[in-house]
Design a binder for this molecule. Structure first.
Ligand SMILES: [Mg+2]
Length: 366
């Protein structure tokens, strides 16, 4: 759904709790003015679509609290009273800004091409909150033309309609649903203090097993421990791993990188990718690299940590986003200021580890 649609919007709260009334998009259209970029958004079939929920793009914690503690009516009243006050940036904000910086450089090099990132905002908020969201987008000068207000329904149908290449949300259940449908997706968390990141180069860091790769080797590790895992991987070095849920996203990043390389920008490419894995270089790293090569994919930097914590190395890399299937790595990264996302995929989800948000998230995912 976009703002030109004449569909009916069902009013709902942030948790999708309906209050029974409806507003027509015809009414909303007169209120919801699009942001005012001169650039046209690319067609969904040509673009690399990144769908983000309003609660990861912006900081809506205070409003969420009002909704939870005081209910829908107070929530709406508050939002309307603060309509002209923009939300402050959330954890996905720098990532989206970096996508736009890459687009600017792509447009300079390939003015006619529609192979660009296209950010879609997914929200199940009330129409009047939609107005505050648009004011916020204009305030921060973000280039977001596509809004998808799901009225409390699952976003999956819309994600498919937009050919979504990556979906980021704070809701692990929606993320899980998207993954089940084969859409690359991750649950994003807000670190207490976010590390400063580059404004001109997009940096994306991936875990290997159960993120870029399937969880087939992870299963060996869970069943028999790290030593057996290293042994197994050494023995199967020449057998490529199956793909994991985020492989497609690395693929599209690689496709865009090649466009920069074709213009002589290999060393100063505005997209840089990182593999940050618990595998060790000596025993199990070769299989990871050979797998990527068998897919025709490159990764700019591969960091084999042999089980060491990922937080400190990520602090040095300063990625805009880091993906991992294990909550203790997500937490470790977030503690050191990295915007980290959980990919609820593979065997690690069935074996709760540690404490804190991880147990809650895992138990709610199943
Ligand atoms: Mg993993």
């Amino acid at each position: 759904m976009n703002l030109n649609s004449s569909q009916t919007l069902t009013i709902s709260g942030q948790d999708g709790v309906k209050n029974g009334s409806q507003h027509s998009w015809e009414d909303a259209k007169t209120i919801l003015k699009p942001s005012t970029p001169s650039k046209k958004p690319p067609k969904p079939e040509n673009s690399i679509t990144i769908a983000v929920s309003s609660r990861v793009l912006f900081n809506m914690e205070k409003e969420q609290q009002i909704f939870e503690q005081q209910g829908m009516e107070e929530y709406i009243k508050y939002q309307v009273a603060h309509e002209t006050e923009p939300f402050s940036p959330g954890p996905a904000f720098s990532f989206v800004k970096a996508l736009e910086a890459v687009n600017t450089q792509l447009r300079d090099l390939y003015p006619e091409s529609e192979e660009l990132f296209d950010v879609v905002l997914i929200t199940n908020n009330h129409a009047y909150v939609g107005l505050r969201l648009i004011n916020t987008i204009n305030h921060h000068q973000l280039f977001i033309e596509r809004f998808c207000m799901t009225g409390g329904n699952s976003p999956i149908g819309y994600l498919k309609a937009y050919n979504t290449n990556l979906y980021l949300s704070s809701d692990p259940i929606k993320v899980h649903e998207a993954l089940e449908e084969g859409i690359a997706a991750a649950t994003m968390f807000t670190p207490e203090k976010m590390t400063e990141v580059s404004e001109t180069q997009l940096r994306v860091a991936f875990d290997g097993d159960a993120v870029l790769f399937s969880d087939e080797s992870e299963q060996i590790y869970k069943a028999h421990g790290l030593d057996k895992f290293f042994e197994h991987e050494k023995a199967h070095e020449n057998k490529p791993l199956d793909h994991g849920p985020l492989k497609g996203f690395l693929e599209v990043l690689g496709k865009l990188q090649k466009k920069f390389y074709a213009k002589g920008q290999r060393m100063d490419c505005p997209i840089r990718t990182y593999l940050v894995t618990a595998r060790s270089a000596a025993s199990s790293g070769a299989r990871a690299l050979k797998t990527l090569r068998s897919w025709g994919l490159e990764i700019d930097e591969a960091l084999f940590l042999a089980g060491a914590p990922k937080g400190p190395i990520l602090e040095k890399i300063r990625p805009h986003i880091f993906f991992d299937d294990q909550m203790f790595h997500v937490e470790g990264a977030a503690e050191m200021g990295t915007v980290a996302c959980h990919v609820p995929y593979g065997i690690a989800q069935r074996v709760p580890e540690g404490k804190g948000i991880k147990d809650k998230e895992i138990s709610s995912i199943k």
